[in-house]
Write a protein that binds this ligand. Structure first.
Ligand SMILES: [Fe+2]
Ligand SMILES: [Fe+2]
Length: 166
């Protein structure tokens, strides 16, 4: 655990990051629950490994009492989204991931000015990883589901605003 004194605003931003990474880990776990396609399984395993590192890094900054009280909900929502993505088929799955990762890249980009030093470096690193995920998913999707992607981003926005508050 890194000993850094965060301001209430920084704690609220980091709480939303923790919620997001928890959701991300569980989206990929949800995919792995029922995906049978070897390409999808390899894709989800590869992304899950990175998201697990992100989650561990954010957890090293944010003690449990500062994490979102809705954490169990982010786990369930992530799993459910992962499952739905598999059920919708490969294109739907990659379109789902591309939109989630697109949202996350923007989310981290907006947070950079609020941090400095090690924490800002970590956010930049995670942003680069999320962008790699976004590109990976976007390249694999031959057809994007734009209406669904708008809904996903609305949902992510709601989750960010709820987890920033508590
Ligand atoms: Fe992540
Ligand atoms: Fe990601």
């Amino acid at each position: 655990m890194l000993k850094i004194d965060f301001s209430p605003q920084q704690l609220s931003l980091l709480r939303s990051d923790h919620a997001g990474e928890l959701g991300a880990v569980n989206i990929y776990k949800g995919i792995l629950w029922c995906a049978r396609d070897p390409a999808v399984v390899a894709f989800a395993n590869c992304h899950l490994e990175v998201e697990s590192k992100h989650l561990a890094s954010v957890e090293s900054l944010l003690i449990p009492k500062h994490r979102s009280t809705f954490s169990p909900l982010w786990v369930v929502a992530g799993r459910a989204l992962g499952l739905m993505a598999v059920v919708g088929g490969k294109n739907f799955l990659f379109s789902t991931i591309a939109s989630v990762e697109e949202f996350v890249v923007e989310h981290y980009k907006q947070q950079l000015p609020f941090f400095s030093g090690t924490v800002q470096d970590l956010l930049k690193e995670m942003m680069v990883d999320e962008n790699t995920h976004r590109e990976d998913a976007a390249h694999r999707s031959s057809r994007r589901h734009m209406l669904w992607e708008i809904l996903i981003k609305k949902g992510c926005g709601l989750a960010v605003s709820a987890s920033s508050k508590c």
